[in-house]
Design a protein around this ligand. Structure first.
Ligand SMILES: [Zn+2]
Length: 182
């Protein structure tokens, strides 16, 4: 690796620069409100735990947001630095496995990250609706063991097949009542 690459790399490790990079990608023409798209936005302090994560307030709709709000990077367990470095390594054509090695991360984590980064560093996070469906999903996971009661019993510990069936019945009830109340 050339010396200039190392210089660039250490530069990117700077938190302030990482957030500046995000702002530059996200709002090349200046900060805009992600809710109403107004440009009448004022700075509103910094994130409590990430100092360089700038907070904003929209004068048009009074909405509050920050550098990462509404992006894939918001609320992710990897620090922004790691995402930026991952993007940097992708630019160097490193494989997922090489990136995982460099960043000391799990290969499957890196795969998820590179897939998301291909949509862009500040791609919009998909809107997630979590409701009663989550419980139903869990039951589907367990139901996947159908025909292997031993595996189900092992997974659930003391609560075996009987409670699995009870949970499935309960979920079916919830699903039905959810639908009729909607
Ligand atoms: Zn707004």
């Amino acid at each position: 690796m050339a010396a200039s690459d190392l210089l660039n790399l250490s530069g990117l490790l700077d938190d302030a620069k990482c957030f500046a990079l995000v702002r530059q990608h996200r709002w090349p023409e200046g900060v805009r409100c992600p809710v109403c798209d107004s440009g009448a936005v004022i700075r509103d302090g910094h994130d409590d735990t990430q100092f360089y994560r700038q907070r904003y307030r929209c004068k048009a709709c009074a909405g509050r947001f920050d550098d990462l709000t509404g992006t894939l990077l918001a609320g992710h367990h990897q620090p922004l630095r790691v995402w930026v470095l991952c993007l940097y390594f992708m630019g160097l054509n490193l494989s997922n496995r090489q990136i995982a090695g460099e960043l000391d991360l799990d290969g499957s984590d890196v795969q998820t990250m590179t897939e998301q980064l291909r949509c862009g560093l500040v791609a919009k996070a998909p809107e997630v609706t979590l409701k009663g469906e989550v419980e139903v999903d869990e039951v589907y996971v367990v139901a996947g063991h159908k025909g292997q009661p031993a595996a189900v019993a092992k997974r659930g510990g003391s609560d075996g097949v009987a409670s699995w069936q009870a949970r499935r019945a309960a979920a079916r009830w919830r699903r039905t009542s959810h639908r009729s109340s909607a």
